[in-house]
Design a protein around this ligand. Structure first.
Ligand code: GLY
Length: 425
């Protein structure tokens, strides 16, 4: 009998996961809660309150869901996986304790220091006064981060004492990211080349993805504020086997082994953000979920059956699988509403999507969209769509992606025009 899957979340990442799972020969029905205008075309959107875990497991019971998949970090931090496990339901994602690696940057940094995982020198504190005192002892630039979850927006790169004090005040005094800023991590700035690492984990073994690159800043040339992510490409072509081995051993295995030995095995997607400086990979942060928009670039390149892989993670049998990837390249560009990541207007009609639906090698993933019965798609979020193009070369993927974008329009549509530029020039 075919399997039923429930995906929790509503972004481009969840659309890409839903698409890939819907192509699995063993999957019968995919549900997405709450989903978006795009998941509605390939799955059943269900309007469930994600914070009411009982309602989620009631739905799972009633609809014979065989596997649930968690998209966003805040659900992990609230313990959605623990609740599902207690109720006896299979779910892909780490427990609340295992995902502390993402929801407490202070905890993750202390763990990295203890395990001698290369990372920038840091200081973590709950006290504004101590944070200011530490600042006075350090040279700029410094990076100040909210220790808790802040939708990817709680990171400040500070070039002067003034900027650093301003960031501390926003986080710790004004609490613009609420409780996420109750504790801050102040760390040395490391320059270099940034990489996104993703590894499926079953608590013991892991399956490494090819590396990808994401672009967190709003504007070209990494200018502007941090966002949830404005684009990605995969695989990263400029990486040596030696560095891949080092990352697997020092960044992935060392952490997965530690969590296992501590009794909090990590089951899910471990996603360290890494900065390569002088060929040494320094961990910037660990995430406990799939990256967005990295997942949009990954899913069209993955040749395995995703349902089989995620189930193997939950069952502890991942070592029986080998991840297979297409030789192609994928470039993803996010189309955002004007004003994102701050205030933006909603309800603008999106044009040009029907035209791209059947285009070979083009994937249009929805995030902040709603399908209106008479008017078609409308914008309903900050990151509205992401467009992925897959081709045999980076140059072709890059061109194809930006050509497709020219055919989409909505009022105030914003995007970066330099995604993947570094690998084609
Ligand atoms: N790619 C950024 C994130 O998923 O946090």
């Amino acid at each position: 009998m075919g399997k039923n899957v429930l995906i929790l979340g509503s972004g481009g990442r969840e659309h890409a996961l839903a698409w890939k799972l819907s192509t699995s020969a063993s999957v019968d029905t995919v549900y997405v809660a709450p989903g978006n205008g795009g998941t509605e075309n390939i799955a059943y959107n269900v309007s469930l309150p994600l914070t009411n875990f009982k309602k989620l497991t009631d739905f799972v019971k009633k609809n014979g869901i065989d596997l649930s998949v968690v998209g966003p970090d805040n659900l992990l931090a609230r313990g959605v996986v623990d609740h599902f496990m207690k109720e006896g339901h299979a779910i892909f994602g780490p427990t609340k304790k295992a995902s502390e690696i993402e929801w407490s940057k202070a905890w993750a940094k202390k763990m990295m220091a203890r395990l001698r995982i290369p990372t920038a020198r840091f200081f973590a504190t709950h006290t504004y006064k101590n944070a200011c005192a530490y600042l006075a002892t350090r040279e700029m630039p410094l990076v100040i981060k909210a220790s808790g979850l802040a939708l990817g927006k709680g990171v400040y790169v500070c070039k002067s004492q003034e900027e650093a004090h301003d960031a501390l005040e926003k986080l710790m005094v004004d609490r613009i990211h609420k409780e996420a800023g109750a504790c801050v991590v102040i760390e040395d700035f490391i320059s270099g080349k940034e990489l996104s690492v993703h590894a499926l984990c079953d608590g013991r073994s892991s399956g490494l993805f090819p590396f990808s690159r994401d672009y967190k800043r709003l504007r070209n040339n990494d200018a502007g504020p941090n966002t949830g992510g404005m684009g990605s490409y995969a695989p990263v072509p400029w990486i040596s086997f030696r560095i891949i081995d080092t990352i697997l051993r020092d960044v992935v295995h060392r952490m997965v082994d530690e969590l296992h030995d501590h009794g909090d095995p990590f089951v899910g997607c471990l996603y360290p953000g890494v900065m390569l400086y002088d060929d040494t990979p320094y961990v910037l942060e660990y995430n406990a979920r799939f990256g967005d928009p990295e997942t949009q670039s990954y899913m069209p390149l993955l040749e395995n059956d995703l349902f089989a892989l995620l189930t193997a993670c939950v069952e502890g049998t991942l070592s029986l699988h080998k991840l297979k990837w297409s030789d192609a390249a994928a470039v993803t560009v996010v189309l955002a509403s004007q004003g994102y990541p701050y205030e933006y207007l909603l309800g603008h009609t999106i044009h040009g999507l029907e035209d791209l639906e059947k285009e070979e090698g083009i994937f249009v993933w929805h995030a902040g969209t709603t399908l209106k019965k008479t008017k078609g798609y409308e914008t309903s979020g900050g990151r509205v769509l992401s467009v992925t193009a897959v081709a045999n070369t980076y140059k072709a993927a890059h061109e194809k992606c930006y050509e497709a974008i020219q055919r989409i329009s909505f009022e105030g549509m914003c995007y970066r025009s330099d995604i993947g530029q570094e690998i084609i020039s």
